[in-house]
Design a protein around this ligand. Structure first.
Ligand SMILES: NC(=O)c1ccc[n+]([C@@H]2O[C@H](COP(=O)([O-])OP(=O)(O)OC[C@H]3O[C@@H](n4cnc5c(N)ncnc54)[C@H](O)[C@@H]3O)[C@@H](O)[C@H]2O)c1
Length: 370
């Protein structure tokens, strides 16, 4: 169906009903449904009474996460395959687009663009061929902003988007493609720019020597690594850490990082439960339409404070390492507060404190949680 048909469908379905009634009328396609965020979004929407079609990569063993959820239709489709995406879009009224190529050490660079940019285009084409949708929610990332030397913090949504890696660039292209298609085909949309999303069982692994070595180990790959632009021209960062902690230090010890003048590195963490809430509000709140919203913890977590929490909770040694550069990424969530009524419930300390015994679907199943 063409442009006109999509517009009429969108207008026709904007009802004056309550949010709860609106959810009951929805048929939502959730892409990335076997992912960290996706499985929990599917669970939430199904529990709220929406019809849910959960899109998973063909053969993805992580789809097992969805087996226990009743009333969820699971469909296999690949964002690289237009025909399968078209089938996934057929008959849906809303789309939550969470599928993406995330940062893994060995991901070929072009895949970040194929999946995160062109995959989003294929999905939007699928929506247009379906005759439009009532709302399309795109998950984007704080990685579309530039971390590093302190910008004018905290970053609002109108801050310059200057991604420092292939992943962030692919996600930004996805945002641009969505805005363009939304204008061309009258697609009502909202975007959520997540901070680093962490499942409760993952929180306890943060700020450990192991994760620091992994991060800086990737920088050693130079241009073969997604993050080479961030750490370009820096000395061997693993070595700097090992010089402080000792090369044979226990991988589980806590490590805080600072910049050259001792200013702590910082980033926002986002508990997956708050990420789900952000998506739900972007999908249902009238004020979300046409907007992009930072979805993050209320305050950034400093690496020094995060490492203290880990050291205390798990009774492991802790070191602070002074790095030759600063990493600081602080986000304002004022827009999400205002337009969506979003208020995060968790900070890093409460994520760690509540890590046991939640009903959150874990980030990964059957793989030892890697
Ligand atoms: N995890 C984070 O820290 C973080 C931070 C900012 C933004 N985001 C965004 O949030 C969304 C959800 O992230 P997540 O943490 O759940 O990631 P995830 O890796 O757990 O899930 C992503 C899902 O996308 C699927 N996928 C990948 N390529 C695909 C393809 N070609 N076709 C169909 N499906 C494909 C994967 O199979 C996976 O299930 C993503 O869009 C991501 O870019 C995540």
């Amino acid at each position: 169906m063409g442009r006109r048909g999509a517009r009429e469908r969108n207008r026709g379905r904007t009802c004056g009903c309550t949010r709860r009634e609106l959810v009951l009328t929805m048929k939502v396609l959730v892409t990335g449904a076997a992912g960290r965020v996706g499985a929990n979004v599917v669970k939430r929407l199904a529990a709220t009474g929406a019809g849910v079609r959960a899109m998973v990569l063909p053969g993805d063993p992580q789809a097992a996460k969805l087996a226990a959820l009743s009333d969820v239709e699971v469909i296999e489709a690949d964002l690289l395959d237009q025909a399968s995406v078209d089938r996934a879009c057929r008959g849906v009224s809303h789309v939550v687009h969470l599928a993406a190529q995330l940062v893994r050490g060995d991901t070929p660079v072009d895949r970040f663009y194929d999946v995160n940019a062109f995959g989003t285009l294929r999905l939007l084409e699928g929506v247009v061929r379906n005759g439009g949708c009532e709302r399309f929610v795109l998950a984007s990332t704080d990685g579309t902003y530039r971390p590093g030397d302190p910008p004018a913090v905290p970053l609002r949504e109108d801050a310059p988007q200057e991604p420092a890696d292939y992943y962030g660039t692919g996600k930004l292209l996805g945002e641009i493609i969505l805005r363009n298609h939304a204008v061309q085909f009258d697609i009502p949309f909202a975007m959520v720019r997540f901070a680093t999303v962490v499942s409760p069982e993952e929180a306890v692994r943060q700020f450990r020597l192991r994760s620091v070595r992994e991060l800086f180990g990737r920088a050693r790959l130079g241009r073969d690594s997604n993050i080479w632009q961030l750490f370009q021209g820096q000395p061997d960062l693993v070595r700097i850490v090992d010089d402080v902690v000792g090369a044979d230090a226990d991988d589980q010890m806590a490590v805080g990082l600072t910049g050259p003048d001792g200013e702590p590195w910082s980033l926002h963490m986002l508990d997956v439960r708050d990420a789900v809430e952000g998506v739900y509000r972007a999908l249902t709140e009238p004020g979300a339409l046409g907007g992009a919203f930072n979805i993050a913890s209320a305050q950034p977590t400093c690496f020094t404070a995060g490492s203290e929490i880990i050291a205390e909770r798990f009774d492991v040694p802790r070191a602070v390492v002074r790095m030759p550069m600063t990493w600081r990424l602080e986000m304002s969530i004022d827009a999400a507060r205002r337009a969506l009524g979003f208020e995060p419930k968790y900070d890093f300390a409460s994520m760690v404190a509540t890590a046991d015994g939640t009903d959150v679907i874990p980030a990964r199943v059957g793989t030892g949680g890697a």
